[in-house]
Design a protein around this ligand. Structure first.
Ligand SMILES: Cc1cc2nc3c(=O)[nH]c(=O)nc-3n(C[C@H](O)[C@H](O)[C@H](O)COP(=O)(O)OP(=O)(O)OC[C@H]3O[C@@H](n4cnc5c(N)ncnc54)[C@H](O)[C@@H]3O)c2cc1C
Ligand SMILES: NC(=O)c1ccc[n+]([C@@H]2O[C@H](COP(=O)([O-])OP(=O)(O)OC[C@H]3O[C@@H](n4cnc5c(N)ncnc54)[C@H](OP(=O)(O)O)[C@@H]3O)[C@@H](O)[C@H]2O)c1
Length: 511
């Protein structure tokens, strides 16, 4: 916690941050599993983790911390530990508060909105702390996953060993997506993707930003800080922006219905009145797109930049690049994408393609993971394919959400998998998993964002709660699954149960 003079300085200068740091220290002490000693021989079940981004590293650290052997398979080289955060701009950072980005109990943030370098540092520290450097195979893209005769999982080829469980952690951001826009060869300025802005000098330049997602907002902040003459965001679709306020963001993410309801007009009106204010026509118009249908952007600066005349936010469809800029069809509020509007020319020296990332493929999974009607994200708890509860696709099946990718649920999902692997009575069968998926579909039948295409953190919590409560054999695991506490007690109960079942009906031991 630092020297006593440092501590005193912290307490006096920033008491809230000091409390935050004390709280993080306690979380680490209470909830972090103990790392195995170097070269430790861990036991079965063995887990293969695919991807060494924040999700894979966190999931693997939980596995080894609870005594489960595991191997990480990463497509990239050693510099890829940290996943997408190793490939974006140095200026990139969290838009949501770091309170909601606690991907492992040992994570220590020193401020509310850490930057890329700090995030990568925390992931790599975790990787080393849990001895995962000994258990990672780099330059190994996973292309095939299948079960051998013993029903063990093989990753690519038998030489890689066999596994009882699989954690897929390939993320949702693969290679930068750069669509071809007519005329772009003629454009005399510079075209770059929003993830490659290091070294781009926007000073005194006119910058056009294509796209209106989180990357566009980040690009806008980047060019504003580099004193561009003017920036223009070309927004094809309606998107909500919400304030960078942890209380507001947490409240929105706690909508347990996980979708738009008749009450959603309340937060939407509040946002228009108190956040957008004079710029309320930049918000999606009433009836066009509810806030609980799509991932909103979290930002305070965009509206200020527009207010100060430093940036324009144009609802528009792109027609083509010209030599000196971009020709667009500017639409009025309420006119949908592709609808009628007025053609205008936006002058530009730099065009930033904030057009997103290709989604990493899940094609290496067996075909039955994509059964019609039960393809991702329509899986049990969104992450377990109904045919294979031994596969947990953590953080890579979702489409839209209000919540966060890098939070406690990574550990919770991992421990659900560990519970299912060691306790056959706690394991759900395929018909029940499908029943659950259909039940969520029924409950959310009227949600415009779909049953699984949009969810909130509040909804995730009731999924966890329901899943633990519905099966009495899972009750003993509740503390372990939710907090990572007490593996020994449920394991000893499982052994007793197994012994009893073997004695009474001669049933086969499952693990
Ligand atoms: C600029 C930027 C800012 C962001 N900010 C936020 C934020 O504020 N809040 C938030 O919640 N989210 C944010 N995100 C989303 C971000 O994707 C997640 O927060 C998180 O980093 C995802 O981690 P991951 O480990 O799931 O995936 P990734 O970090 O994408 O890691 C996946 C890893 O899997 C590897 N891989 C992929 N396919 C294979 C394969 N077939 N075989 C082997 N390895 C494979 C990849 O090489 C990669 O290393 C941001 C994203 C970007 C781009
Ligand atoms: N700090 C942060 O919080 C942060 C920062 C960056 C990224 N991220 C995360 O990273 C992920 C990717 O975000 P992203 O903003 O890079 O991508 P994104 O959310 O997929 O947004 C891409 C944007 O580009 C537009 N677009 C795509 N092709 C286009 C075309 N041909 N013409 C015009 N517009 C086009 C899209 O419009 P349509 O909607 O009409 O398709 C959309 O507005 C998200 O999960 C995001 O939350 C987070």
């Amino acid at each position: 916690m630092g020297s006593s003079s440092n501590v005193l300085q912290h307490v006096l200068m920033d008491p809230i941050m000091y409390l935050y740091m004390v709280w993080q220290y306690l979380l680490d002490r209470i909830l972090s599993p103990i790392p195995p000693p170097p070269n430790a021989q861990l036991s079965r079940p063995r887990i293969a983790v695919i991807g060494a981004g924040l999700t894979g590293v966190s999931a693997a650290s939980h596995c080894v911390g609870h005594g489960f052997d595991c191997t990480l398979f990463e497509a990239g080289d050693e510099d890829s530990v940290g996943g997408i955060w190793t490939k974006v701009n140095n200026t990139s950072g969290l838009q949501i508060h770091s309170l909601m980005y606690r991907f492992h109990p040992s994570v220590r943030w020193e401020n509310g909105y850490p930057k890329r370098e700090k995030i990568v540092g925390q992931i790599q520290q975790l990787w080393k702390r849990y001895g995962l450097d000994e258990r990672t195979k780099f330059n190994t893209p996973v292309t095939k996953l299948y079960q051998n005769k013993m029903k063990k999982w093989i990753v690519n080829e038998p030489a890689n060993g066999d596994f009882d469980g699989i954690i897929v952690a390939v993320g949702t951001c693969g290679d930068p997506k750069i669509p071809h826009i007519p005329g772009q060869e003629k454009f005399k300025g510079e075209i770059c993707h929003s993830s490659s802005l290091d070294g781009v000098d926007g000073k005194g330049k006119k910058v056009v930003i294509i796209g209106s997602g989180a990357s566009a907002v980040e690009a806008l902040e980047f060019v504003a800080s580099s004193q561009a003459e003017k920036s223009t965001v070309l927004a094809r679709s309606e998107k909500w922006i919400i304030p960078r306020n942890p209380v507001v963001d947490a409240l929105l993410s706690m909508n347990v219905f996980g979708g738009e309801t008749p009450f959603s007009c309340i937060p939407e009106s509040f946002l228009r009145l108190f956040f957008y204010r004079d710029l309320s026509d930049l918000a999606p118009p009433p009836g066009a797109k509810g806030i609980f249908t799509d991932t909103p952007m979290v930002n305070d600066d965009v509206l200020e930049l527009v207010r100060d005349g430093k940036a324009d936010w144009l609802r528009s469809d792109i027609k083509k690049f010209t030599e000196t800029g971009v020709l667009v069809n500017k639409r009025a509020v309420g006119v949908p994408k592709g609808g009628p509007g007025k053609e205008i020319h936006v002058e530009a020296d730099i065009a930033i393609m904030a057009t997103g990332f290709d989604r990493p493929s899940l094609n290496f999974l067996p075909d039955d993971c994509f059964e019609e009607g039960y393809e991702p994200p329509n899986w049990y708890m969104q992450v377990f394919p109904p045919h294979h509860v031994e596969i947990c696709a953590n953080n890579c099946t979702y489409v839209n959400a209000i919540g966060t990718v890098g939070n406690y649920h990574i550990g919770i999902y991992t421990r659900f998998l560990l519970m299912y692997l060691v306790d056959s009575l706690a394991r759900p069968r395929e018909p029940f998993m499908k029943f659950w998926i259909n039940m969520v579909r029924k409950v959310k039948a009227k949600a415009p964002g779909g049953a699984f295409d949009f969810f909130t953190y509040g909804e995730l919590l009731w999924w966890f709660f329901f899943t633990l409560v519905i099966n009495p054999f899972r009750w003993k695991w509740a503390f372990f699954v939710l907090f990572g506490i007490g593996t020994a007690l449920p394991m000893s109960v499982v052994r007793q149960e197994d012994r009893f079942r073997t004695m009474t009906n001669g049933s086969k031991k499952i693990h």
